[in-house]
Ligand binder design. Structure first.
Ligand SMILES: [Zn+2]
Ligand SMILES: [Zn+2]
Length: 427
Protein backbone atom coordinates (compact mmCIF):
# COMPACT_ATOMS: atom_id res chain seq x y z
CA UNK A 1 0.00 0.00 0.00
CA UNK A 2 1.24 3.50 -0.81
CA UNK A 3 1.79 5.36 2.46
CA UNK A 4 2.79 8.51 0.57
CA UNK A 5 1.42 9.78 -2.73
CA UNK A 6 1.93 13.02 -4.66
CA UNK A 7 -1.03 15.39 -4.79
CA UNK A 8 -1.38 18.99 -6.01
CA UNK A 9 -1.05 20.14 -2.39
CA UNK A 10 2.07 18.11 -1.70
CA UNK A 11 3.21 14.66 -0.57
CA UNK A 12 0.26 13.07 1.20
CA UNK A 13 -0.23 10.09 3.51
CA UNK A 14 -3.74 8.74 2.72
CA UNK A 15 -4.29 6.51 5.77
CA UNK A 16 -2.94 9.17 8.14
CA UNK A 17 -4.60 12.09 6.33
CA UNK A 18 -1.59 14.41 6.66
CA UNK A 19 0.97 15.98 4.34
CA UNK A 20 4.75 16.14 4.40
CA UNK A 21 6.25 19.56 3.52
CA UNK A 22 3.17 20.54 1.48
CA UNK A 23 3.44 23.52 -0.88
CA UNK A 24 -0.23 24.53 -0.68
CA UNK A 25 -2.18 25.23 2.54
CA UNK A 26 -3.48 22.07 4.24
CA UNK A 27 -4.92 21.06 7.60
CA UNK A 28 -2.06 18.91 8.85
CA UNK A 29 1.55 19.31 7.78
CA UNK A 30 4.56 17.36 8.98
CA UNK A 31 7.56 19.61 8.34
CA UNK A 32 11.02 18.13 7.76
CA UNK A 33 12.86 21.43 8.27
CA UNK A 34 12.45 25.19 8.22
CA UNK A 35 13.88 26.02 4.78
CA UNK A 36 11.38 28.09 2.84
CA UNK A 37 10.60 25.48 0.18
CA UNK A 38 9.72 22.86 2.80
CA UNK A 39 8.10 24.93 5.56
CA UNK A 40 5.43 27.17 4.12
CA UNK A 41 2.91 29.40 5.76
CA UNK A 42 -0.82 28.84 5.83
CA UNK A 43 -1.23 25.33 7.22
CA UNK A 44 -3.70 24.84 10.03
CA UNK A 45 -1.43 22.60 12.09
CA UNK A 46 2.28 21.78 12.03
CA UNK A 47 4.31 18.89 13.39
CA UNK A 48 8.11 19.21 13.42
CA UNK A 49 11.18 18.03 15.33
CA UNK A 50 11.62 19.75 18.69
CA UNK A 51 15.18 21.06 18.08
CA UNK A 52 13.86 23.02 15.08
CA UNK A 53 11.02 24.71 16.94
CA UNK A 54 12.84 28.00 17.54
CA UNK A 55 14.06 28.31 13.97
CA UNK A 56 10.63 27.43 12.62
CA UNK A 57 8.91 29.99 14.80
CA UNK A 58 11.47 32.68 13.99
CA UNK A 59 10.78 32.16 10.28
CA UNK A 60 7.02 31.51 10.41
CA UNK A 61 5.78 33.58 13.32
CA UNK A 62 2.63 32.38 15.10
CA UNK A 63 1.77 28.86 14.04
CA UNK A 64 -0.01 25.93 15.67
CA UNK A 65 2.96 23.62 16.19
CA UNK A 66 3.55 20.30 17.89
CA UNK A 67 7.27 19.90 18.54
CA UNK A 68 8.17 16.21 18.67
CA UNK A 69 11.49 15.02 20.15
CA UNK A 70 13.56 12.90 17.78
CA UNK A 71 12.64 9.23 17.98
CA UNK A 72 9.39 9.75 19.88
CA UNK A 73 6.32 8.15 18.32
CA UNK A 74 2.90 9.66 17.82
CA UNK A 75 -0.09 7.82 16.36
CA UNK A 76 -2.43 9.69 14.05
CA UNK A 77 -5.40 7.90 12.41
CA UNK A 78 -3.67 4.60 13.11
CA UNK A 79 -0.43 5.72 11.44
CA UNK A 80 2.67 5.84 13.64
CA UNK A 81 4.84 8.89 12.95
CA UNK A 82 8.34 9.56 14.28
CA UNK A 83 11.06 12.02 13.31
CA UNK A 84 14.77 11.20 13.00
CA UNK A 85 17.83 13.43 12.46
CA UNK A 86 18.58 14.25 8.82
CA UNK A 87 21.86 16.12 9.42
CA UNK A 88 20.81 18.93 7.05
CA UNK A 89 20.23 21.93 9.37
CA UNK A 90 19.16 22.43 12.97
CA UNK A 91 15.95 20.48 13.58
CA UNK A 92 15.91 18.76 10.19
CA UNK A 93 14.27 15.37 10.20
CA UNK A 94 13.39 12.32 8.23
CA UNK A 95 9.76 11.36 8.67
CA UNK A 96 9.18 7.70 9.49
CA UNK A 97 5.64 6.46 8.80
CA UNK A 98 4.44 3.04 9.87
CA UNK A 99 1.06 1.53 9.05
CA UNK A 100 0.05 -2.12 9.32
CA UNK A 101 3.67 -3.30 9.31
CA UNK A 102 4.65 -1.19 6.30
CA UNK A 103 7.37 1.46 6.89
CA UNK A 104 8.13 4.46 4.68
CA UNK A 105 10.72 7.16 5.36
CA UNK A 106 10.64 10.60 3.75
CA UNK A 107 14.09 12.13 4.05
CA UNK A 108 13.38 15.78 3.30
CA UNK A 109 16.82 17.31 2.66
CA UNK A 110 19.74 15.56 4.29
CA UNK A 111 23.49 15.28 4.41
CA UNK A 112 25.95 12.72 5.70
CA UNK A 113 28.94 13.84 7.71
CA UNK A 114 29.88 16.24 10.44
CA UNK A 115 28.15 19.49 11.22
CA UNK A 116 28.60 21.05 14.67
CA UNK A 117 25.27 22.86 14.34
CA UNK A 118 22.95 19.84 14.14
CA UNK A 119 22.69 16.16 14.96
CA UNK A 120 24.12 13.80 12.34
CA UNK A 121 22.00 11.88 9.83
CA UNK A 122 20.63 8.71 11.37
CA UNK A 123 19.87 5.81 9.01
CA UNK A 124 16.31 4.55 9.48
CA UNK A 125 15.32 1.12 8.15
CA UNK A 126 12.25 1.08 5.92
CA UNK A 127 10.57 -0.62 2.99
CA UNK A 128 10.29 2.53 0.91
CA UNK A 129 12.68 5.49 1.08
CA UNK A 130 11.84 8.92 -0.33
CA UNK A 131 15.07 10.75 -1.14
CA UNK A 132 16.19 14.10 -2.41
CA UNK A 133 18.85 14.18 -5.14
CA UNK A 134 20.04 17.78 -5.23
CA UNK A 135 23.63 16.70 -5.91
CA UNK A 136 22.83 13.31 -7.39
CA UNK A 137 25.63 13.16 -9.94
CA UNK A 138 29.03 11.43 -9.62
CA UNK A 139 30.95 14.71 -9.86
CA UNK A 140 29.70 15.79 -6.43
CA UNK A 141 32.03 14.60 -3.68
CA UNK A 142 32.58 16.81 -0.67
CA UNK A 143 35.88 17.20 1.14
CA UNK A 144 36.07 16.85 4.93
CA UNK A 145 35.11 19.76 7.16
CA UNK A 146 38.72 19.88 8.39
CA UNK A 147 40.01 20.50 4.89
CA UNK A 148 37.19 22.88 4.05
CA UNK A 149 37.71 25.08 7.08
CA UNK A 150 41.50 24.99 6.72
CA UNK A 151 40.90 26.47 3.27
CA UNK A 152 38.49 29.15 4.53
CA UNK A 153 40.68 30.06 7.50
CA UNK A 154 43.81 30.38 5.34
CA UNK A 155 41.97 32.70 2.96
CA UNK A 156 40.60 34.79 5.84
CA UNK A 157 44.04 34.99 7.49
CA UNK A 158 45.71 36.13 4.24
CA UNK A 159 43.09 38.81 3.75
CA UNK A 160 43.32 39.97 7.36
CA UNK A 161 47.10 40.22 7.11
CA UNK A 162 46.65 42.33 3.98
CA UNK A 163 44.20 44.60 5.81
CA UNK A 164 41.06 43.70 3.90
CA UNK A 165 37.79 42.12 4.93
CA UNK A 166 36.67 38.64 3.84
CA UNK A 167 33.06 38.27 2.75
CA UNK A 168 31.50 34.81 2.61
CA UNK A 169 28.12 34.44 0.93
CA UNK A 170 26.24 31.65 2.62
CA UNK A 171 22.54 30.89 2.87
CA UNK A 172 21.24 32.67 6.01
CA UNK A 173 19.72 29.59 7.66
CA UNK A 174 21.98 26.62 8.20
CA UNK A 175 24.95 27.38 5.99
CA UNK A 176 25.74 30.69 7.71
CA UNK A 177 25.71 29.09 11.17
CA UNK A 178 27.89 26.25 9.92
CA UNK A 179 30.44 28.75 8.59
CA UNK A 180 30.42 30.69 11.86
CA UNK A 181 30.78 27.52 13.95
CA UNK A 182 33.58 26.17 11.78
CA UNK A 183 35.97 29.09 11.29
CA UNK A 184 38.81 30.09 13.64
CA UNK A 185 37.51 33.13 15.54
CA UNK A 186 41.02 34.05 16.70
CA UNK A 187 41.77 35.42 13.21
CA UNK A 188 39.46 38.41 13.57
CA UNK A 189 35.94 39.61 14.26
CA UNK A 190 32.94 37.80 12.77
CA UNK A 191 30.38 40.20 11.32
CA UNK A 192 26.92 39.06 10.22
CA UNK A 193 24.34 40.48 7.86
CA UNK A 194 20.98 41.36 9.42
CA UNK A 195 19.34 38.35 7.74
CA UNK A 196 21.63 36.00 9.66
CA UNK A 197 21.10 37.53 13.10
CA UNK A 198 17.66 36.09 14.07
CA UNK A 199 18.78 32.62 13.02
CA UNK A 200 21.93 32.83 15.12
CA UNK A 201 19.70 33.79 18.02
CA UNK A 202 17.47 30.76 17.43
CA UNK A 203 20.48 28.45 17.16
CA UNK A 204 21.98 29.71 20.41
CA UNK A 205 18.61 29.40 22.14
CA UNK A 206 18.51 25.76 21.00
CA UNK A 207 21.90 25.19 22.65
CA UNK A 208 24.12 25.26 19.56
CA UNK A 209 27.41 26.94 20.54
CA UNK A 210 28.47 29.68 18.11
CA UNK A 211 31.41 32.05 18.59
CA UNK A 212 30.51 35.75 19.01
CA UNK A 213 29.23 37.30 15.78
CA UNK A 214 28.26 40.96 15.55
CA UNK A 215 26.04 43.12 13.45
CA UNK A 216 28.16 45.76 11.76
CA UNK A 217 26.29 48.54 13.54
CA UNK A 218 27.43 47.09 16.86
CA UNK A 219 31.11 47.45 16.04
CA UNK A 220 32.54 50.73 17.31
CA UNK A 221 36.19 50.22 16.42
CA UNK A 222 35.97 50.38 12.64
CA UNK A 223 39.59 49.22 12.34
CA UNK A 224 38.28 45.75 13.19
CA UNK A 225 36.42 45.70 9.89
CA UNK A 226 39.73 45.41 8.03
CA UNK A 227 40.37 42.00 9.57
CA UNK A 228 36.81 40.77 9.82
CA UNK A 229 34.96 37.85 8.30
CA UNK A 230 31.57 38.93 6.98
CA UNK A 231 28.88 36.25 6.70
CA UNK A 232 26.07 37.40 4.43
CA UNK A 233 23.34 35.79 2.32
CA UNK A 234 24.07 35.47 -1.41
CA UNK A 235 21.54 38.19 -2.15
CA UNK A 236 23.80 40.71 -0.39
CA UNK A 237 26.30 40.40 -3.22
CA UNK A 238 26.68 43.69 -5.07
CA UNK A 239 24.53 45.66 -2.62
CA UNK A 240 25.51 48.99 -1.01
CA UNK A 241 25.52 47.25 2.37
CA UNK A 242 28.98 45.90 1.55
CA UNK A 243 30.53 49.31 0.88
CA UNK A 244 31.23 49.94 4.55
CA UNK A 245 33.87 47.22 4.52
CA UNK A 246 36.04 49.06 2.02
CA UNK A 247 38.29 46.73 0.07
CA UNK A 248 37.31 43.11 0.49
CA UNK A 249 37.75 39.68 -0.99
CA UNK A 250 34.61 37.58 -1.41
CA UNK A 251 33.81 33.90 -1.57
CA UNK A 252 30.71 31.79 -2.12
CA UNK A 253 29.95 28.71 -0.01
CA UNK A 254 27.86 26.19 -1.93
CA UNK A 255 27.95 22.68 -3.29
CA UNK A 256 27.58 24.22 -6.74
CA UNK A 257 31.13 25.56 -6.37
CA UNK A 258 32.30 22.04 -7.25
CA UNK A 259 31.29 22.80 -10.82
CA UNK A 260 34.12 24.16 -12.89
CA UNK A 261 33.42 27.77 -13.82
CA UNK A 262 30.78 28.26 -11.12
CA UNK A 263 32.96 30.64 -9.14
CA UNK A 264 33.57 32.77 -12.22
CA UNK A 265 29.88 32.77 -13.15
CA UNK A 266 29.02 33.78 -9.61
CA UNK A 267 31.50 36.63 -9.86
CA UNK A 268 33.37 35.94 -6.63
CA UNK A 269 37.07 35.68 -5.80
CA UNK A 270 36.77 32.26 -4.17
CA UNK A 271 34.42 29.30 -4.31
CA UNK A 272 34.15 27.12 -1.24
CA UNK A 273 32.59 23.72 -1.90
CA UNK A 274 30.28 23.47 1.07
CA UNK A 275 26.89 21.87 1.01
CA UNK A 276 24.17 20.94 3.46
CA UNK A 277 23.01 18.25 1.04
CA UNK A 278 24.42 14.76 0.60
CA UNK A 279 27.02 14.32 -2.12
CA UNK A 280 26.85 11.39 -4.55
CA UNK A 281 28.46 8.86 -2.17
CA UNK A 282 26.32 10.25 0.65
CA UNK A 283 23.09 9.68 -1.27
CA UNK A 284 24.17 6.14 -2.07
CA UNK A 285 25.05 5.53 1.58
CA UNK A 286 21.70 6.77 2.85
CA UNK A 287 19.74 4.74 0.32
CA UNK A 288 21.70 1.59 1.09
CA UNK A 289 21.46 2.04 4.86
CA UNK A 290 17.70 2.51 4.66
CA UNK A 291 17.42 -1.10 3.55
CA UNK A 292 14.59 -0.06 1.26
CA UNK A 293 13.84 -1.91 -1.95
CA UNK A 294 11.69 0.90 -3.33
CA UNK A 295 13.00 4.46 -3.65
CA UNK A 296 11.17 7.62 -4.70
CA UNK A 297 13.27 10.60 -5.80
CA UNK A 298 11.78 14.03 -5.12
CA UNK A 299 14.01 16.84 -6.36
CA UNK A 300 17.34 17.73 -7.84
CA UNK A 301 19.00 15.37 -10.27
CA UNK A 302 15.98 13.07 -10.48
CA UNK A 303 16.45 11.34 -13.84
CA UNK A 304 20.07 10.25 -13.32
CA UNK A 305 19.30 9.05 -9.81
CA UNK A 306 16.27 7.02 -10.92
CA UNK A 307 18.34 5.44 -13.69
CA UNK A 308 21.19 4.61 -11.33
CA UNK A 309 18.81 3.08 -8.78
CA UNK A 310 17.13 0.99 -11.46
CA UNK A 311 20.51 -0.29 -12.59
CA UNK A 312 21.27 -1.27 -9.00
CA UNK A 313 18.09 -3.33 -8.85
CA UNK A 314 15.90 -0.94 -6.88
CA UNK A 315 12.30 -0.23 -7.72
CA UNK A 316 12.88 3.45 -8.50
CA UNK A 317 10.26 6.11 -9.10
CA UNK A 318 9.96 9.86 -8.79
CA UNK A 319 7.58 12.33 -7.22
CA UNK A 320 7.07 15.69 -8.86
CA UNK A 321 7.45 18.26 -6.10
CA UNK A 322 7.89 21.98 -5.68
CA UNK A 323 10.98 21.70 -3.54
CA UNK A 324 13.84 23.89 -4.63
CA UNK A 325 17.40 24.29 -3.57
CA UNK A 326 18.41 26.82 -0.95
CA UNK A 327 22.02 26.62 -2.07
CA UNK A 328 21.09 28.32 -5.30
CA UNK A 329 19.85 31.68 -4.13
CA UNK A 330 18.09 32.19 -7.45
CA UNK A 331 15.60 29.71 -6.08
CA UNK A 332 15.75 30.64 -2.45
CA UNK A 333 13.95 33.90 -3.13
CA UNK A 334 13.36 35.36 0.28
CA UNK A 335 16.83 34.88 1.63
CA UNK A 336 17.58 38.55 2.06
CA UNK A 337 14.08 39.25 3.28
CA UNK A 338 13.32 36.86 6.11
CA UNK A 339 9.90 38.44 6.50
CA UNK A 340 8.94 36.78 3.21
CA UNK A 341 10.48 33.34 3.25
CA UNK A 342 8.40 31.87 0.43
CA UNK A 343 10.42 30.19 -2.24
CA UNK A 344 9.73 31.08 -5.83
CA UNK A 345 7.40 28.32 -6.97
CA UNK A 346 7.68 28.99 -10.68
CA UNK A 347 10.78 28.09 -12.61
CA UNK A 348 12.56 26.51 -9.70
CA UNK A 349 12.87 23.14 -11.25
CA UNK A 350 13.95 24.57 -14.56
CA UNK A 351 16.64 26.63 -12.94
CA UNK A 352 17.79 23.60 -11.03
CA UNK A 353 17.94 21.58 -14.20
CA UNK A 354 19.93 24.23 -15.99
CA UNK A 355 22.43 24.28 -13.14
CA UNK A 356 22.80 20.55 -13.23
CA UNK A 357 23.13 20.56 -16.98
CA UNK A 358 25.81 23.18 -16.71
CA UNK A 359 27.44 20.94 -14.16
CA UNK A 360 27.27 18.08 -16.60
CA UNK A 361 28.90 20.08 -19.33
CA UNK A 362 31.56 21.23 -16.91
CA UNK A 363 32.09 17.76 -15.58
CA UNK A 364 32.58 16.62 -19.12
CA UNK A 365 35.38 19.14 -19.47
CA UNK A 366 33.63 21.20 -22.08
CA UNK A 367 34.85 24.72 -22.58
CA UNK A 368 32.04 26.40 -24.46
CA UNK A 369 33.81 29.65 -25.18
CA UNK A 370 33.96 30.09 -28.92
CA UNK A 371 32.89 26.54 -29.68
CA UNK A 372 29.92 25.95 -31.91
CA UNK A 373 27.00 24.02 -30.52
CA UNK A 374 27.49 20.90 -32.59
CA UNK A 375 31.08 20.71 -31.42
CA UNK A 376 30.02 21.05 -27.82
CA UNK A 377 27.43 18.33 -28.13
CA UNK A 378 29.96 15.98 -29.63
CA UNK A 379 32.66 16.86 -27.12
CA UNK A 380 30.35 16.66 -24.15
CA UNK A 381 28.85 13.41 -25.30
CA UNK A 382 32.17 11.67 -25.64
CA UNK A 383 33.69 13.18 -22.53
CA UNK A 384 30.69 12.19 -20.45
CA UNK A 385 31.41 8.53 -20.86
CA UNK A 386 34.95 9.14 -19.66
CA UNK A 387 33.82 11.04 -16.60
CA UNK A 388 31.90 8.12 -15.30
CA UNK A 389 33.72 5.26 -16.92
CA UNK A 390 32.19 1.87 -16.42
CA UNK A 391 29.55 2.74 -13.88
CA UNK A 392 26.67 4.91 -14.98
CA UNK A 393 27.70 6.21 -18.39
CA UNK A 394 24.43 7.90 -19.17
CA UNK A 395 23.99 9.31 -15.73
CA UNK A 396 26.03 12.41 -16.49
CA UNK A 397 24.90 13.41 -19.93
CA UNK A 398 22.23 11.77 -21.94
CA UNK A 399 20.56 13.92 -24.53
CA UNK A 400 21.79 16.62 -26.86
CA UNK A 401 19.01 18.84 -25.52
CA UNK A 402 20.68 18.69 -22.10
CA UNK A 403 23.87 19.98 -23.61
CA UNK A 404 22.09 22.66 -25.58
CA UNK A 405 20.60 23.94 -22.34
CA UNK A 406 24.00 23.81 -20.76
CA UNK A 407 25.45 25.83 -23.59
CA UNK A 408 22.77 28.46 -23.21
CA UNK A 409 23.44 28.48 -19.50
CA UNK A 410 27.15 28.93 -19.92
CA UNK A 411 26.72 31.84 -22.29
CA UNK A 412 25.19 33.87 -19.46
CA UNK A 413 27.29 36.79 -18.18
CA UNK A 414 30.31 35.44 -16.39
CA UNK A 415 32.54 38.34 -15.49
CA UNK A 416 32.38 39.82 -12.03
CA UNK A 417 31.50 43.25 -13.38
CA UNK A 418 28.96 41.95 -15.86
CA UNK A 419 26.04 41.66 -13.48
CA UNK A 420 27.12 42.83 -10.04
CA UNK A 421 23.61 43.61 -8.89
CA UNK A 422 21.94 40.41 -9.98
CA UNK A 423 23.33 37.64 -7.83
CA UNK A 424 20.03 35.84 -8.20
CA UNK A 425 19.88 35.59 -11.94
CA UNK A 426 19.71 32.10 -13.27
CA UNK A 427 23.37 31.31 -13.06
ZN1 LIG B 1 16.73 22.38 2.97
ZN1 LIG C 1 15.03 21.45 -0.11
Amino acid sequence: MNLVIATPQGLYCPPGDFYIDPWRPVDRAVITHAHADHARRGHRHYLAAAPGEGVLRSRMGEISLDALPYGQKVVHNGVTISLHPAGHVLGSSQVRIEYRGEVWVASGDYKIGTDPTCLPFEPVRCHTFITESTFGLPIYRWQSDDDLFAEINAWWRDNADAGRASVVYAYAFGKAQRVIAGVDPSIGTIVIHGAVDPLNTAYRAAGVPLPPAFKVTDIEDKALLRRCLVVAPPSAQGTPWLRRFGEYSDGFASGWMQVRGAQRRRGVDRGFVMSDHADWPGLQYAIKESGADTVYVTHGSVGPMVRWLTEQGYEALSFTTEYGDEEDDAQAGGDAAPAEPEAEPAGGAASDTAEVDAANADAAGVDTAGVDTAGVVAAAGSAASIVDAGKQPEATLNAPSDVLEAVTELKAPMAKDAAPNEPGTSS
